[in-house]
Ligand binder design. Structure first.
Ligand code: PGA
Length: 250
């Protein structure tokens, strides 16, 4: 089964009502490759605005979701609130939440399990720091993060609602993109890990995205790699070149 190319736009904590409307308008007017699945993650405050104005072919993601049904959790958003608002995806385990907000592997795994069980799909992120790469620990770090989520998710059913984003921390927002060889090597290792630890069908069907300084210029070469099934894009997702990234397989 061919994996459908997938491009996510992670707007992080950027935008105003005006700029959000203008990006949405640009996407609605653009010619987007129908063979690419596109998901946009605006800041929580703009989720509803984006969902109302964006072409329904494009799905909308929250940048976080909590792992409790409802109640006294100030500042959090629940899975059922996302579903109620037609927000069908969440980004979880982004390195900015792991490092700045202190989310552990266990917290990320719990949120991922909670969301996927309730029917919200997850862009689940993993990635190593520069120190870890230089100490030759990249694959240990990635497989440790994978194991934590996999232990919680269990078998193939849960994995159907997960897209993996490999985002080396040293490449995020730095302009220092991983080389195609570096990215492909880790993507292949993730797929191998899935094959050996979860199963053949999950390994074959799960999309593995690359994220970290993807732009309109470097996307085409990265997209040629056999295990790169799309991108998670930060900075460039706020710019017109995001359309070129969506169309990078054309
Ligand atoms: P970047 O961010 O494209 O700005 O490097 C990627 C991400 O954090 O998802």
């Amino acid at each position: 089964m061919a994996r459908k190319f997938f491009v996510g736009g992670n707007w992080k904590m950027n935008g105003t009502t005006e700029s959000v409307k203008s990006i949405v308008e640009g996407l609605n007017k653009a010619q987007l490759d129908p063979n690419t699945e596109v998901v946009i993650a605006p800041p929580a405050l703009y989720l509803l605005l984006v969902r109302e104005q964006l072409d329904p072919k494009i799905e909308v993601a929250a940048q976080n979701v909590f792992d409790k049904p409802n109640g006294a959790f100030t500042g959090e958003i629940s899975v059922s609130q996302l579903k109620d608002s037609n927000i069908t995806w969440a980004i979880l385990g982004h390195s900015e939440r792991r490092t700045i907000l202190g989310e552990s592997d266990a917290v990320v795994a719990s949120k991922t399990k909670y969301a996927t069980d309730a029917g919200v799909s997850v862009i689940w992120c993993c990635g190593e720091s520069l120190e870890e790469r230089e100490a030759d620990k990249t694959l240990d770090v990635i497989t440790g993060q994978l194991k934590a989520v996999s232990d919680k998710i269990g078998g193939p059913e849960g994995w159907k609602k997960i897209v993996i984003a490999y985002e080396p921390i040293w490449a995020i927002g730095t302009g220092k993109v991983a080389s195609t060889a570096q990215a492909q090597e880790v993507h292949a290792a993730i797929r191998k890990w899935l094959r050996e630890n979860v199963g053949e069908s999950v390994a074959e069907e799960t999309r593995i995205l690359y994220g970290g300084s993807v732009n309109g210029k470097n996307c085409k070469e990265l997209a040629t790699q056999p295990d790169i099934d799309g991108f998670l894009v930060g900075g460039a997702s706020l710019k017109p070149e995001f359309v070129d990234i969506i169309n990078s397989k054309q």
